[in-house]
Design a protein around this ligand. Structure first.
Ligand SMILES: C[S@@+](CC[C@H](N)C(=O)[O-])C[C@H]1O[C@@H](n2cnc3c(N)ncnc32)[C@H](O)[C@@H]1O
Length: 179
């Protein structure tokens, strides 16, 4: 009988872990520095604007954006370990007044405060995110996506990075009358 309860407890733990990560479709792979730099450049960030990194991993994009462009930055990340890592790095960089990390699912996040959205997820997750971005982003907001397009959107620019490992960057702009 004890074995039965142990099996049930393990099954319950697995089910809860699965539901917690049900939407985790993109693993953690950091954008290489040169790709990140170019994406931030293409996003045309201006001081005082707000950048959202949806799936922010260890928070490196948030820190670079705050330090280089004097913007505010918000990260959304589903993995509690990466959230802790990103928060610690923000603290270490001394930019906790400019950057924060929300632990949660990008598909349940309100990105309406963003002037720029940074994505490095997957085409499927971008597709699922699209209605949310369309209904919540302000006119003129920019979306930059590393390697994966947003299906159904026409990019303002597609750029291939040079070098031994090719990366693609997609730049989108929310039209003035989209809301
Ligand atoms: C490819 S990494 C990109 C990390 C960072 N944005 C960068 O470019 O260096 C994707 C990140 O998205 C996170 N992620 C995947 N699915 C998610 C979801 N549904 N909600 C929030 N974060 C998610 C992963 O845990 C991972 O850290």
């Amino acid at each position: 009988m004890r074995g039965f309860f142990l099996v049930m407890a393990l099954a319950g733990a697995t089910a809860s872990a699965q539901s917690q990560y049900a939407n985790k479709l993109a693993p953690f792979v950091a954008s290489p520095a040169r790709v990140m730099d170019r994406m931030l450049e293409l996003a045309n960030l201006k001081p005082g604007e707000t950048l959202y990194d949806l799936g922010c991993g260890d928070g490196r994009i948030l820190i670079a954006a705050v330090q280089k462009y004097k913007v505010k930055a918000v990260g959304v990340e589903i993995s509690p370990k990466l959230v802790a890592k990103a928060r610690a790095s923000i603290q270490k960089a001394g930019i906790q007044n400019q950057a924060r990390v929300i632990q949660g699912d990008v598909l349940e996040t309100d990105p309406s405060g963003a002037d720029v959205v940074y994505l490095y997820l997957s085409t499927k997750l971008n597709e699922q995110l699209r209605p949310r971005l369309e209904s919540q982003l302000k006119p003129g907001a920019r979306v930059v996506s590393h390697d994966y397009p947003v299906p159904g959107w026409k990019p303002a620019k597609v750029e291939e990075t040079g070098g031994s490992q090719q990366h693609e960057i997609y730049l989108y702009e929310m039209p003035p009358n989209h809301q």
